[in-house]
Each structure stands twice: as C-alpha cells, then as structure tokens.
Design a protein around this ligand. Sequence first.
Ligand code: GLA
Length: 395
Amino acid sequence: MAGAFAGSEEIDRAARAFHRAFGRAPEVAARAPGRVNWIGEHTDYEEGLVLPSAIDRDTLVLGAHGPGDSLEVESEALGRAGFRCTAPRRAGAWIDYVQGVVWALSERGHELGGASLWIGSRVPAGAGLSSSAALGVGVAFALDALFGLGLDARELALVAHRGENAFVGIGCGILDPFASALGRAGSALRIDCRDQSVREVRLGGDVPVLLVAHSGVERRLAEGGYRERVDDCRAAFAAARQGGLVPASATALRDLRSEDLEALARLVEPRLLRRARHVISENARVDRMASALEAGDLETVGQLLGQGQASLRDDFEVSVAELDLLCELADAEPGAIGSRLTGAGFGGCTLHLVRAEAADEVAARIQSGFEARFGRRPEVHRLRPSDGAALLELG
Ligand code: GLA
C-alpha cells in the first residue's frame, strides 16, 4: 500500500488513464482519505462521541461532463460500471456507493446530468480504514465541483453518509464520512454524532508513530455482524426506555449512564447488557482520550487504547483471534504505548501507537509473531493524521 496520491505527476498519470477510458480530458479532480479512529468505536450510530483522524491513504476521483443522464464509472481496481443518474438502482456491487451519492444529491434536489468518473484508490479495501467513505466522499466532492452545486465539506460528508446508509443500506454512522471530509493534518476530530459538532484536537507533545497492522481478515465478509450489533444496541435501548431508565424523549444508548447498567441487567439478556456497557464506557473514553492526546499524555492514551480493546473484545465481541494477537504482540514491546482494533472489527486492522525510536522494532516483532501463529506476514504501515478531502488542480 503506497502513500497518498500526491504531486502533479500522479495526477497527470490519472488524467491519462481518464483519457484512455473516456476519450477526453477530465475537468475536475478530488481526493478523499480513509481514516483511523483513536477511540469511540460503535458509538456513532448510538449518537455518541468519536475521535478519528483522516490518514495519508486516499481515493482519487476525476470527472468530466458526459452526454444525456448516463454516469459511466471506471475504477482502476474494480473495472467499469454505469447507471442512469435519474434512475439509480441498487446493483449489490461497488457501483452502489457511487449511485448512493447521486441518489442522495437528487434527494436534496440536485439534478445531475451525464458524467464520466475515473476512480483510483490507495485506501485498502476491507481493512477497516474506510475505503467506502473515501469513495463516497471523493465522488461527492467531484460531482459537486463538476455540476457547481456549491455544497461545503460537511454537507458533502452528509451526502456520502446518506448514500451509504439509506441507499447502499449499511446502517452506519457519520464517523467515516466526517473524518474523510473534515480531517486536519496533525489532529484528531472530536465529533459529537448527536449534534454533529466537530472540534479539532491537536496532537500535542512528541507525536509518536501510528502503525496499522492488517490482519488479512477481510471485514466485508462480516457485514452481517455489524448489522447485528446495531440491532443489539437498538434492542438494549428499547428495553431501557420501556423500563423507564431513560426519559421517553431519549433516542439512543448515549442517554444511558453507567449507573443505569445494574437496572438494565434485570431487563435484558446478558448479551444486550454487554453491548450497552461497551457503548457507555467507550463514549466516556472519548473526552479522556481527547484531553490526553492534546496534552501529549501518552501513558493515559495507552491505557485508554487498552481499555477500548478489552471492551470491544469482551463486551462488544467484535475482535477476532488475529486482532487480539496483533495487539498482544505490540503491547509486549517496551516501545509500544497502546493498541486496539480500529473500525468495525471482525477483521481489518489494528492500530498501534509506538515511540518513534522503537517503531521498526515493534513492526518487525508484530510481523514475525503473527507469522509464527497464522503462517502469513501481516502488512504493517505507518500512517500520518492528514487533511481531509479536497479538490486538486489538473495540469
Ligand atoms: C464502521 C462504520 C462506522 C462506525 C465504525 C465502528 O466503520 O462505517 O460508522 O460505526 O464501523 O465504530
């Protein structure tokens, strides 16, 4: 996995690929990155807090006007697909993420004409680094520029979210598109998924190295598991409300306090109690993590990462043996500050915060320890908290 698309040379290369695909020059170019989440996992769809950074792995989208109402899309990795932008219809394939954006724009009253889009991505798919949000946000930025819609980054994030949520039907929260659209280099974003407010959290002190290890277990295979967790949270919340633990006006597990868990235990089966306990404890970790990151208090950062991983493993049950091992291997190293899975879980990547001087050593230990147990070497990458989506100059 190479780094971000950068520099005019790469954009020229993409423009040549666009020309080969469609026989004319692109008119606009946009990039949108993937993300890691420091803490606040599986809290977004319960209106809680999250703390992601955009990363220096991104998706590039080039576009030009086309005839009629047909949208032709060429993905460097996935091939060619198309649809009529006045009648998007779910195909059960990657093109649905593009269709979802067009559908969400038209739902807001933006009628598009025909267009050609070329897509190249450096965000690994199925790794839990949000390749789908990078795709949706990149397409939203490109279409906004091409058709002069005048939407800002936040609105385009909401368009991408609506497309993925309601059209593709994933049922996810706003974590990924907000991080991709609004990320800031050297920072994390503290996002309140209820009022959708965003605060930039500058990473203070000696910023350690952020390693991401890919378990090689593709998370998309477990999409059903994500839906089940969303449903479990809804069921736990419904029981809490019916039992009078939250006011009738409450809308999400965000409204439940840790003191309420004892009473909830009498209302729901143990699995639902564990799900609620994760959301409540994880939510509380977000502001503590934001303060610790700002202050450069790495000891607290490490503790919170460890607590988050334990909660995802034991209460939310979205870790797998490969992710647990990656965390254990890194945490056994003296230069490691803390580790946890990042993203939805069920596979994908772990995030490891490591002292700069120990980064190579920790990466090598993770790879050899993992290989000894699972017979394959995991990819390990250094990531940098980076800027969110933007338009790019075409040469
Ligand atoms: C996926 C979803 C996000 C969020 C995370 C878990 O990445 O797309 O909305 O729920 O899982 O925190």
